[in-house]
Ligand binder design. Structure first.
Ligand SMILES: O=C(O)CCC(=O)C(=O)O
Ligand SMILES: [Fe+2]
Length: 301
């Protein structure tokens, strides 16, 4: 019951989450860096525009995902997720959200090369470049050397999760995805062409909808637990809780990339691999995983 979205209580954002124009951002651009800093401190979320993830790349991955959704259940069942999937092969997965008649039914399928192959690779390569740049600027905005996270994280791990939310006749009763924070360093969310509102973030203890901006290929970025852990003392960047709601008429697809440290990297009391095992369950739980990893600051800013 406590998970019901209570749509009436949702307050529209007075001003939507910040928009960062990456084509204008550079290390010496104090205003731009300040804007990024404010976005990370006050929102933990921002949207990025003017970044060359080619429209065809986005279109291709969306089409492949939609083709997978359309497969009959028996066909999809041929690719089950390993039971109790605590191994790290959860990495590339597909989550089917709420199914009519609105029973929460989160099923996970691995993104098998048979369906997603090269399309996913091309997409992930583009996202990787973006994440590297973003982490550089995020470090700079904290007054740190640009490569600090790259040094700390080693060769980053990327995991893609696609969430599909079919239309739901009672979106006021069932959530698409429960409130959680991401275990990543940063997360890149592609809302999909013609996407309806679905993502909500907890801002000043209220749920605020992230309006997809009518700019082609805009991406939603959020700070994950792994940036919060080393920077959180002294009120630094927060990994903000978010959730997804469903719509009565329209379905929705989100393509989400989690960009994370190498699994061996020690962060707090856990290495990132253990952290991920703890984090990855089909039940997303607020920010509980983060409590496990709380630590003394590793970076002082
Ligand atoms: O579908 C969305 O908008 C949210 C997805 C999400 O938060 C996640 O997959 O971690
Ligand atoms: Fe998330």
């Amino acid at each position: 019951m406590s998970e019901r979205p209570k749509l009436a209580a949702i307050v529209p954002a007075p001003n939507n989450i910040p928009i960062i124009d990456l084509s204008k951002l550079s290390e010496g651009d104090r205003d731009g860096i300040m804007q990024l800093k404010t976005a990370c401190e006050e929102w933990g979320f921002f949207q990025v525009v003017s970044r060359g993830i080619g429209p065809s790349v986005v279109e291709n991955i969306t089409n492949v995902a939609k083709d997978f959704i359309k497969l009959p259940l028996e066909e999809k069942e041929k690719y089950p997720m390993a039971p109790g999937n605590q191994k790290l092969d959860w990495c590339n997965m597909f989550a089917l959200g709420v199914e009519p008649p609105c029973i929460r039914n989160l099923k996970l399928w691995p993104l098998k090369p048979a369906h997603f192959g090269e399309t996913l690779e091309v997409y992930s390569r583009e996202i990787r470049k973006l994440c590297k740049d973003l982490l550089w600027y995020i470090a700079v905005s904290l007054g740190l050397k640009g490569d600090v996270f790259e040094e700390m994280f080693g060769v980053a791990v990327q995991a893609v999760r696609m969430n599909y939310y079919p239309p739901c006749s009672r979106p006021d009763l069932v959530l698409g995805l429960s409130p959680h924070s991401d275990g990543s360093a940063i997360t890149v969310l592609q809302q999909g062409k013609g996407s309806s509102v679905g993502l909500q973030i907890l801002k000043d203890r209220k749920w605020v909808s992230v309006q997809p901006i009518p700019i082609p290929n805009a991406l939603v970025i959020n700070i994950g637990d792994t940036i919060e852990v080393p920077t959180n003392y002294n009120g630094r960047y927060k990994s903000v809780e978010h959730r997804a709601v469903t719509q009565m008429e329209q379905d929705r697809l989100s393509i989400v990339t989690f960009y994370s440290p190498r699994y061996e990297v020690e962060l707090g009391r856990y290495n990132h691999g253990d952290y991920t095992k703890h984090y990855v369950s089909d039940k997303l739980q607020d920010k509980r995983t983060l409590e496990f990893a709380k630590m003394e600051p590793e970076i002082s800013t």
